[in-house]
Ligand binder design. Structure first.
Ligand SMILES: *Cc1c(COP(=O)(O)O)cnc(C)c1O
Length: 395
C-alpha cells in the first residue's frame, strides 16, 4: 500500500524546494552576454548579495556549487604553505579544510565534537598560543548541515580579536544565508561564501563570495590565485569577465526571482518563519524522544540550528526503514544522516521555500512511519508542533 502519489515533498537540506516563480523565470531564451538587460541583472544581483551578506564589501558570482565557492574563498586570499585553522563542529568545515590541503595550505583542525558547536574560548586559546602569527585564516561553517549545529559567528569573530590575532575569518554560509541572521561587517567576517540551492531557493549551480577590505588586501599578496576564481579579474568593467566567461544566464534569472521573493517577504520575516518552523520540528522531536529510540544529535538546545534538524537513533535502532517508508509509501524524502551519523539517523530540512503545511505534513509522515514500523516513540509529536505554531501565529 502507498499514499505517495501526488507531488513528492523534498525535505532534504539541499537542494531545497524551488518555488514555481523561480522555475518559471528560467524558461527563457538566452540573451546577449555583452550588453542590455544581462548587464543590469548582474549589477542588481551583486548589490543584492551585499544586502543579504550584510556587507559593503565586494561580492562575486561563480558558475559553481558550494565546493567551488569554497575554492574561490581560499584561493583569493591564501598562499601555498600558509596555515589555516579549521573549526570542527560536524562535517562541512572539515571538508573545506580537505580542499585547502589539496590547494597547498597547511591545515590544522581545532578538534570539536559532532554534537556541539565550536567553543570560541578554545579558538581564543589556540590563537593566543600562535605567538608568531602563523595561522593566516580561520575556517568555520555557520550552520553545519550534517550535525545540525549553529555556530556563533559573532562570538568567534570576537575571540579572534580578543586574542589580538590577525587571521582572516572565512565563513561558510551555504546552509544559513537567507534563513537566519548573518552580519558580515558587524561580526568582522573577512570572506563569506554560499551556494544557490539551499536557503536561496535556486537550482544548484551558483556559488557566491563576499570580501572585506582586509581580505582584498591579503588578496594582493596571495599566490594561490587562479584565473577562474580570481576576484581582480572579475572586477573589471567587461561584463564577460565578471563570470570569467559566459554567464549562467538562466540560473541568474532564477536567482533574481528568488531574491525578489525574499525581499517581498522581508529578510527579518524570512528569519522568523525559519525560526518558528524549526521550533515546531524540535517540539515534535522532543515528544518522539520520550520513546527512547530517537533523539537530537545536538546536545544543547540553543546550539540546534533553524534550517535542519538532525535526529539520531539509539544503538540497535535502524533508522533506514523509516527513511525508506517516508519516501516510498508517503512521498516525503528525508535527509540521510551524514558523516559520523551515516546509517544512524535522519535529517529533516526546514530551509528555504517552506511553510506550515510542508513542515507539519513532514512531521506527520515521520510520526506515521514511526507507528507503522513499530519504532518506540512518544505519541503526539506533530500535535505538539501544531500547538506551538497555533500559539506563535495568533489569529
Ligand atoms: C551543502 C553544503 C555545502 C556544499 O555545497 P555543494 O553545493 O554541495 O558543493 C557546503 N557547506 C555547507 C554548510 C553545506 O550545507
Amino acid at each position: 500500500m502507498s499514499v505517495a502519489a501526488g507531488r513528492e515533498f523534498l525535505a532534504i537540506p539541499g537542494p531545497t524546494i524551488i518555488p514555481d516563480v523561480v522555475l518559471a523565470a528560467m524558461h527563457r531564451p538566452a540573451v546577449d552576454i555583452y550588453a542590455g538587460p544581462m548587464v543590469a541583472l548582474t549589477d542588481g544581483l551583486l548589490a543584492d548579495l551585499q544586502k543579504i551578506f550584510r556587507t559593503t564589501g565586494r561580492t562575486y558570482i561563480y558558475a559553481a556549487n558550494g565546493h567551488g565557492a569554497w575554492e574561490a574563498a581560499l584561493t583569493n586570499v591564501l598562499s601555498r604553505g600558509e596555515k589555516v585553522l579549521v573549526l570542527e563542529s560536524g562535517r562541512f568545515a572539515i571538508a573545506w579544510g580537505d580542499g585547502a590541503k589539496m590547494l597547498g595550505a597547511d591545515v590544522e583542525v581545532l578538534p570539536g565534537d559532532f554534537r556541539r558547536a565550536v567553543r570560541p574560548e578554545a579558538l581564543e586559546a589556540r590563537l593566543k598560543a600562535d605567538a608568531k602569527g602563523e595561522i593566516k585564516a580561520v575556517l568555520v561553517a555557520q550552520i553545519d548541515t550534517a550535525s545540525g549545529v549553529v555556530n556563533d559567528i559573532k562570538a568567534i569573530g570576537e575571540a579572534i580579536r580578543a586574542a589580538g590575532h590577525d587571521a582572516l575569518l572565512l565563513v561558510d554560509t551555504v546552509a544559513s544565508l537567507g534563513c537566519m541572521p548573518f552580519e558580515m561587517d558587524a561580526w568582522g567576517v573577512d570572506v563569506a561564501m554560499a551556494g544557490s540551492q539551499k536557503g536561496l531557493m535556486t537550482p544548484p549551480g551558483l556559488g557566491f563570495t563576499a570580501a572585506s577590505p582586509r581580505a582584498r588586501e591579503r588578496h594582493n599578496k596571495a599566490n594561490m590565485r587562479t584565473h577562474y576564481w580570481d576576484w581582480t579579474f572579475r572586477e573589471g568593467e567587461v561584463h564577460y569577465h565578471k563570470y570569467c566567461g559566459t554567464p549562467p544566464e538562466q540560473l541568474l534569472f532564477a536567482l533574481r526571482a528568488a531574491f525578489d521573493l525574499i525581499f517581498a517577504e522581508g529578510l527579518d520575516n524570512v528569519f522568523k518563519r525559519h525560526r518558528m518552523l524549526a521550533e515546531a520540528t524540535r517540539r515534535a522531536v522532543v515528544i518522539w524522544a520520550e520513546g527512547q529510540a530517537l533523539g537530537f544529535n545536538i546536545a544543547e538546545p540553543e546550539e540546534r540550528c533553524d534550517t535542519v534538524t538532525a535526529v539520531v537513533a539509539r544503538d540497535g535502532v535502524n533508522a533506514q526503514p523509516l527513511v525508506d517508508y517516508c519516501a516510498n509509501q508517503c512521498g516525503v524524502v528525508l535527509g540521510r544522516a551524514l558523516g559520523k551519523l551515516e546509517g544512524k539517523g535522519f535529517r529533516i530540512a526546514h530551509m528555504g521555500h517552506v511553510n506550515a503545511p510542508m513542515v507539519l505534513g513532514t512531521l506527520s509522515v515521520v510520526e506515521m512511519g514511526l507507528s507503522a514500523l513499530g519504532i518506540p516513540h512518544g505519541k503526539g509529536g506533530s500535535a505538539a508542533a501544531i500547538d506551538y505554531l497555533a500559539k506563535t501565529v495568533p489569529a
